[in-house]
Design a protein around this ligand. Sequence first.
Ligand code: BDR
Ligand code: CA
Length: 309
Amino acid sequence: MNRIKMILDCDTGHDDAIALMIASKHPDIDLLGVTVVAGNQTLDKTLPNTLHVVQHLGLDVPVYGGMAKPIVKVQEVAEDVHGKSGLDGPVFEELRIKAQPEHAVNYLIRTLMESDGDITLVPVGPLTNIAMAILLEPRIVNKIRQIVLMGGAVGIGNTTPSAEFNIYVDPEAAHIVFSSGVKITMMPLDLTNTALADESVIERMRNIGNKAGKLFADIMSFTLHSQAVNGLSAGPVHDVTAVTYLVAPDLYETVDAYVQIDLSKGPSYGRTVCDIYGRSGLEKNATIGMKIRLKEFWDLVEDTLRRHI
Ligand code: BDR
Ligand code: CA
């Protein structure tokens, strides 16, 4: 089987770091590059955070810095969740590697335009880089095989009562992506908040005994309290579910629906309005992950972490 060509677009970030660990070593994935965007923290933090993970695990993948600000909205970050650095918890050595000189948006356009239309984009942060690439070179729309993203919520949000963080931070970018015509699959909070790394998951990954297992444990231990969902001592690995969908879609229950981004500046700004019951009559533009089989999911995560140093 041909490996799935993918580009990870991230705002590293605790769960982003784990998503990178899975994307870089799963045998069915060919990770072409990693593009970085501002989100969980400012770009001057999310970019080095990404490079630290790459350096620490000796990954062979180019990293590109992208958009430092949302397209329209005033910038907001998630310091309360991911800490001052955006990846508080693990301690890394001094950074010796650098990002590529090319801007992430130019890299995306160049790589997609030169491709045979076989590249999947996996954005797990605000959609600013992807939207900017579409604005700058609309022909990439026909070159993107599909987008599998973490973002949005069918039900309640985590940043406002209506909106999930990645979409809330740059709703205009999300609108550009969701109305682009590209095949989109989204992993909303309703699903990602069930993929919780509690103490037992953390110990299981630490017990693998390699650098990646320890890094997983160091990263997710920080989120036990900062991201505790429903009062549980456990942190969600949101972004990982978008990567694992590529290689194990059978683990997911999905539904197709028309998804609209609320751009009105009221209390629902940045909400993903998911027309699950088809009330609008509008053409379905997204596949929404509704449930994931967790036992197989954690097995897949463990098996992939074992492939690292
Ligand atoms: C999303 O926001 C970020 O904090 C996480 O990395 C994830 O991508 C969850 O709402
Ligand atoms: Ca993220």
